[in-house]
Design a binder for this molecule. Structure first.
Ligand code: C2O
Ligand code: CU
Length: 503
């Protein structure tokens, strides 16, 4: 019950899979304007992956060992009991390490299905990225797998399965990588994980996905039936705001009526680490009357900017520092386009002056600034350079049977977009659908290029309907890496592709 049996199978898998790629996949990609066509894919078990891992190890690194179990459990959402799958609690217990540390996590799968863990946002070794069929074999029910890797960059990260739509159950938890050099302009911190919830309340995510596939389009029956909630819409998101109706939205596992209370005092500066673990919901977040100083996007520092409201697509994180006023205030999270909200209370012991529902109504009216216009600090910004290779990612859907595609194709692990170590890679994402897509790249933190300017470093960024988003990254982490929409239903319905290092 260690990683050993699985890694043997993995090698077989790749011998097979990569033969296919070499034979049929790569030639077709040359039309993308790349200079890197051809070549043999660098698989997760390549010595190049091990060498990249050695290069990121630092002297004096500590090793943190964690035992995790994915289990069937009941969770209390705040007076509402749901039976779900989780890492024991909701959200799962945070893992906190320091930059450069070696993290060792043994996962025991006590679920009735195979599972996996993806370490969202980390530039880790490819064979530990947790994508069954691409970087490892799935972990069968009743078995264990040990993940072990160096975490090179500080920041706010999280983890979740990369198996079917399991992410839309309770299988998620924060992973915080501290920077010993980050003294921090704050007194304390608070991690807030946001989620849209339906599991164990009469439906499961798998049933919802089957329904979507059967109907071909979201909401075809709902929309027509009186009394059924309307499908989510948002001007901010440029159209459709979601494909699934959720009975609840949660902050740290709780509905708004039974919020977590964080004891604080006036004048205290709190670093909020916001994580959107939702499957189909973007959240706008604000602390009414209290400006938030945004300091990090997806773990990487940005030029600090004071905002009243921020937006997080699925998979995204933002760190914001707030100064507690002389009364209790809520951190409000509105499910964009859904008329639902949740909260965490920053409690000073002095009652809040206005009720949260009224404040949420006000927050819904605020203009939300463009998050892709945040600017990376000079210490992490990637300079503007001509790319060595450009890949277009044309995002379309939903097609027949609720299919979502990239470049007209549903996900095929053997059909990668070729890149080479050392290249500056550009992704030109074009959204030809009517819904926003938070596009995520595994194993790298890209540089958003906002209108020719330097935007934030991120690993996930929203591409609005009808719009194009250009991101660049340095190809410095060999392996096979997914890029996909972080709407778990879109991803599962095909909106995923492989960025394939070749040699
Ligand atoms: Cu959090 Cu492949 O994603
Ligand atoms: Cu999508």
């Amino acid at each position: 019950m260690t990683a050993q049996p699985a890694s043997l199978g993995r090698r077989d898998l790749f011998r097979l899979g990569f033969g296919l790629v070499a034979a049929t996949g790569l030639a077709g990609c040359a039309s993308n304007g790349g200079s890197s066509g051809g070549g043999t894919p660098i698989g997760p078990n390549s010595p190049k992956v091990a060498a990249a891992e050695r290069a990121r190890q630092i002297a004096g690194a500590r090793k943190t060992s964690v035992k995790l179990a994915a289990v069937q459990s009941e969770v209390d959402l705040g007076g509402i009991t749901a039976s779900t799958w989780s890492y024991g609690e909701l959200p799962g217990k945070e893992i906190r390490i320091r930059r450069g540390d070696l993290l060792n996590v043994e996962l025991r799968n006590e679920l009735p299905q195979p599972t996996s863990i993806h370490w969202h946002g980390l530039a880790l070794r490819n064979d530990m990225d947790g994508v069954p069929g691409l970087t490892q074999d799935e972990i069968p029910a009743g078995q264990s797998f040990t993940y072990e890797f160096t975490a090179p960059d500080p920041g706010t990260y999280w983890f979740h399965p990369h198996s079917g739509v399991q992410l839309d159950r309770g299988l998620y938890a924060p992973l915080i990588v501290e920077d010993p050099e980050d003294g921090g302009n704050y007194d304390t911190e608070l991690v807030i994980v946001l989620d849209d919830w339906l599991d164990g309340l009469g439906r499961t995510p798998d049933a919802v996905f089957d329904e979507l596939r059967a109907n071909g389009m979201p909401g075809m029956d709902h929309g027509a039936m009186p009394g059924m909630p309307a499908m989510p819409k948002s001007d901010l998101l440029g159209g459709d705001a979601g494909d699934v109706i959720y009975p609840h939205v949660l902050a740290n596992g709780k509905v708004w009526k039974a919020p977590q209370t964080f004891a604080t005092k006036p004048g205290q500066r709190i670093r909020l680490r916001l994580i959107n673990a939702g499957a189909d919901t973007a959240f706008r977040v604000g602390v009414p009357g209290v400006p938030m100083t945004v300091t990090h996007a997806d773990g990487f520092p940005v030029m600090p900017v004071e905002l009243d409201v921020v937006l997080l697509g699925m998979g995204e994180r933002l760190d914001c520092v707030v100064t507690v006023p002389d009364r209790t205030v809520p951190v409000l999270a509105l499910a964009e386009g859904r008329g639902q909200f949740t909260q965490v209370l920053l409690s000073t012991g002095v009652a809040a002056s206005t009720d949260s529902e009224a404040l949420a109504t006000e927050l819904a009216k605020l203009v939300v600034p463009e998050m892709n216009a945040l600017r990376a600090t000079d210490s992490v910004a990637l300079p503007l350079r001509e790319p060595d290779v450009t890949h277009d990612l044309v995002l379309e859907g939903p097609g027949d049977k609720y299919s979502w595609t990239i470049n007209g194709k549903a996900y095929d692990p053997a059909d990668g977009l070729p890149i080479r170590s050392g290249q500056v890679v550009r992704l030109r994402m074009r959204n030809k659908s009517k819904m926003f897509h938070p596009m995520h790249v595994h194993g790298h933190t890209f540089q958003v290029r906002a209108n020719g300017k330097i935007g934030p470093r991120r690993d996930t960024a929203i591409v609005l309907p009808g719009r194009e988003l250009i991101v660049d990254f340095d190809a410095d982490n060999p392996g096979q890496w997914l890029t996909h929409c972080h709407n778990v239903y879109h991803g599962e319905a095909g909106m995923m592709a492989v960025l394939s290092y070749v040699e």
